[in-house]
Write a protein that binds this ligand. Structure first.
Ligand SMILES: Nc1ncnc2c1ncn2[C@@H]1O[C@H](COP(=O)(O)OP(=O)(O)OP(=O)(O)O)[C@@H](O)[C@H]1O
Ligand SMILES: [Mg+2]
Length: 243
């Protein structure tokens, strides 16, 4: 459970990027955040795991005030919250398996030689993650041999190997064609259904958001315009959001 209370974020003393945002994210939800460019979607996502600090207001993850966490507590929080970016963030010259194992590094106490630190359990989780994203047959290929959609699914497998409670995804399909984008959204859906991991995703594509997300938060000029079950959102709501 994540609770956001009266959140303001101001980057450089000008108009705040977020202005009084309050909402809860419950365990196991699939939530889409939509809105025009500059409405504050990325800012909201980044405050949830402490990448951006609130100017005012608070974010609680499981009753812990994110802005008060330091050191080990902050690392534990970040390990429990996966983050998927628009630009895949893979190591092109490493194999798919090596890329996914990077998701396990947060569980190691030291950074000795790369393979030296991994246990059987780490390999098992990496294989399971690749199975879940449908790329087991690519295990030993190099990152740069994959298509964009496949790279993004490897990035998701890496995040999954981290055993998160929540996955935050910032425009994960914005660089992909429609079919690859759907495959990525199908992957999030499978993860949410199979493991009950919450998915919170920023999307430009309203059709994809309506098709996959159970709840949609509409942000406009740093404020919440609506926050409802997807089936309750009307075409007028969407028009109002983008006007
Ligand atoms: N690092 C930063 N420094 C200064 N201003 C920023 C920074 N990041 C975002 N902003 C500003 O904050 C506002 C919200 O930006 P944000 O990136 O959260 O919007 P967004 O909804 O994610 O947009 P997009 O759809 O283009 O990704 C914008 O006015 C933006 O210019
Ligand atoms: Mg953004």
């Amino acid at each position: 459970m994540i609770t956001v209370q009266d959140l303001y974020v101001t980057y450089d003393k000008r108009t705040p990027a977020l202005r009084g945002v309050s909402l809860d994210f419950h365990d196991g939800e699939f939530v889409g955040i939509i809105g025009l460019s500059g409405s504050g979607k990325s800012t909201l996502l980044k405050t949830l795991n402490g990448l951006v600090s609130p100017s005012k207001g608070k974010v609680f993850v499981e009753d812990k005030d994110v802005s008060r966490l330091k050191g080990k507590e902050l690392r534990d929080l970040r390990r429990g919250i996966g983050f998927v970016f628009q630009e895949f963030n893979l190591v092109d010259r490493s194999s798919v398996l090596e890329n996914v194992l990077i998701g396990r590094l947060g569980y190691q106490s030291s950074f000795k030689s790369f393979f030296g630190v991994f246990q059987d359990e780490d390999y098992r989780l990496a294989e399971e993650a690749l199975e879940t994203v449908g790329l087991k047959e690519k295990t030993f290929e190099r990152g740069d041999q994959l298509s964009g959609g496949q790279k993004q699914r490897v990035a998701i497998a890496k995040t999954l190997a981290q055993e998160p409670r929540v996955i935050l995804a910032d425009e994960p399909v914005a660089s992909l064609d429609r079919n690859s984008g759907k495959a990525v959204m199908d992957t999030f859906q499978r993860i949410q259904q199979k493991y009950g991991i919450s998915i919170i995703v920023n999307l430009h594509d309203v059709d994809l958001a309506r098709k996959y997300c159970h709840r949609l938060v509409g942000l406009k000029n740093g404020k919440i315009l609506f926050d409802q079950k997807t089936e309750e959102i009307s075409d007028d709501d969407i028009t109002g959001l983008y006007s």
